[in-house]
Design a protein around this ligand. Structure first.
Ligand code: ZN
Length: 194
């Protein structure tokens, strides 16, 4: 079984905002930690992985997509996971929205949709949908740059809300981080098994 999992960690240490109202959580920092943990987990399961943005600073979306498309040209088995966390406001105040979600571009490939569906199934098994309505297919559609401009199957995951108190506690706990890592790893393993 040939595998190639490209992991995109959202934003950078120079991205404004994108943190919890109390400043405990920074999206760029958490996604880097989660990406590294996920890579270790996937390697442990015998899969090939690649970190799309080894830099700590923000790398623009065009460059991110170009890097991913170069990999895909030579590794047609490649998939891209873009790790993020969500916010219902501008990060200056706590909000009510909570939970996990997966996103594909409108007109996304069948493979992208299959991966999004598997991720959603794993999130549902772990009861991570929070207090929002999730579409029946289990994932959302939106013209996000990284989803629209990558040629490989691509799913962006919004891992909970960083302006929801309970979600931030969850994300910053070892158990929470591990749940998110396992969710992605289990879904990817099933994706390649089929
Ligand atoms: Zn983000």
């Amino acid at each position: 079984m040939k595998t190639y999992v490209i992991i995109d960690n959202g934003h950078g240490d120079d991205t404004a905002g994108k943190c919890s109202p109390d400043g405990r959580y920074h999206e760029w920092e958490w996604t880097r930690m989660a990406a590294r943990r996920l890579m270790l987990e996937l390697k442990g399961r015998g899969m090939t992985t690649q970190l799309l943005v080894p830099e700590d600073h923000d790398v623009d979306l065009r460059t991110r997509c170009r890097r991913a498309n170069e990999i895909y040209r030579y590794s047609p088995e490649a998939v891209l996971l873009s790790l993020h966390s969500n916010a219902s406001g501008d990060g200056t105040a706590w909000g009510d929205a909570s939970g996990w979600s997966a996103w594909v571009a409108p007109g996304a490939s069948r493979a992208s949709r299959r991966l999004a569906g598997l991720l959603s199934l794993e999130a549902s098994r772990r009861n991570l949908f929070g207090n929002r309505h999730t579409p029946a297919v289990g994932y959302w559609e939106r013209g996000l740059y990284i989803c629209r401009n990558t040629l490989c199957p691509t799913v962006l995951t919004e891992n909970m809300f960083h302006d929801h108190r309970g979600d931030v506690d969850f994300l910053l706990s070892d158990e929470g981080l591990d749940e998110i890592v396992q969710l992605h790893a289990d879904a990817i393993e099933r994706y390649y098994e089929d």
